[in-house]
Ligand binder design. Structure first.
Ligand code: PAZ
Length: 310
């Protein structure tokens, strides 16, 4: 594995990087002046590891962006300004509630010649109204910024740019790193330019992605409240791995989850405590999302962290 410095030196930023950097700068500058405004960076969805420069094929992962997009909504409800950094085409706050077809099914055409219009079906108003209202409120108060990535390299460039803009918030900044970031990738210098031909079985050799949490915590946003997520499939490794991450990176909290139970069970692991959040079957069926108690607990801990003697 190369160092993180080497990674940035050998991988070009994505084409839209400068535009996104300006958006991040502007958004953060707007909120920095208000001393009571907290800000959270929510990362969401999976990254791809391309196999070719002109990418036809890539290695991807399972993440749909449910955790990140739902959490972004709950942070907005708790008054945070939210940078939602997400994988292109993964779930987004508010629109996540409707698939494209479901949304169209909520609408009606009112035929009236040239004055024809579209209306929301009466039985869909109750569903759409509260979501639209919250979305509009986030837009009107300019508290939600969307920036997107596709590859692991795009993600790392954007993450560093976001941290540069968040550093001046000091303890008011929260980083909620829920994206499922590739651990393995093909370094640019080892990647073929063109589509791999099917003339023989290809030999693909993956390298380790440098661990970015280390410089992030120690140098980029040293005063922020940083939370990472840990996903495992083997329950017996979950807490041990989370504890190892806390020791290695020295951040505040790891939210540990298992692939198949992640929608109703997480464990919040801090250097000194372990707290489980579990939803009952009834709670899940009644529509409660685990991200709501997760965000409530984090907001409580972030408030505590910001108290003067902490
Ligand atoms: O995106 P999603 O809702 O399908 O899944 C969420 C998650 C499991 C990706 C997230 O909770 C998480 O654990 N992210 C970190 C994964 C890891 O790198 O270990």
């Amino acid at each position: 594995m190369g160092s993180w410095e080497e990674f940035y030196a050998t991988h070009l930023p994505p084409a839209d990087f400068e535009d996104n950097r300006q958006l991040l700068k502007q958004f953060c500058e707007n909120h920095l002046k208000d001393q009571s405004q907290n800000i959270v960076l929510v990362t969401s969805g999976g990254t791809i590891a391309p196999l070719e420069h002109n990418t036809v094929r890539f290695v991807d992962n399972f993440s749909a962006g449910s955790r990140g997009s739902a959490s972004a909504e709950y942070f907005l409800e708790r008054g945070y300004a939210v940078i939602f950094m997400f994988r292109t085409k993964s779930l987004e706050p508010f629109t996540r509630h409707f698939s494209g077809q479901q949304f169209l099914d909520m609408l009606d055409i009112i035929e009236n010649g040239e004055n024809s219009s579209i209306s929301v079906k009466p039985d869909s108003v109750d569903v759409l109204f509260p979501i639209l209202q919250k979305y509009k409120q986030a837009q009107e108060t300019n508290r939600l910024l969307y920036v997107n990535f596709t590859s692991v390299s795009d993600y790392l460039w954007l993450l560093r740019a976001a941290c540069e803009c968040l550093a001046p918030f000091e303890k008011r900044a929260l980083l909620y790193l829920a994206a499922a970031v590739s651990d393995f990738y093909v370094p640019e210098e080892d990647m073929p330019k063109h589509k791999i031909q099917s003339t023989g079985a290809p030999k693909i050799s993956l390298d380790l992605v440098p661990k970015i949490l280390k410089p992030l915590v120690s140098s980029w946003v040293p005063q922020a409240f940083v939370i990472s997520f840990k996903l495992e499939t083997d329950d017996s490794l979950l807490i041990q791995k989370s504890r190892e991450a806390l020791i290695k990176y020295n951040h505040k909290l790891v939210i540990a989850n298992i692939l198949h139970t992640r929608r109703y069970r997480v464990v919040m692991v801090s250097p000194t405590t372990e707290q489980e959040i579990v939803l009952s079957k009834e709670q899940v069926h009644s529509g409660l999302e685990i991200e709501e108690p997760i965000v409530n607990e984090i907001v409580k801990r972030h408030e505590q962290f910001q108290k003067p003697d902490q």
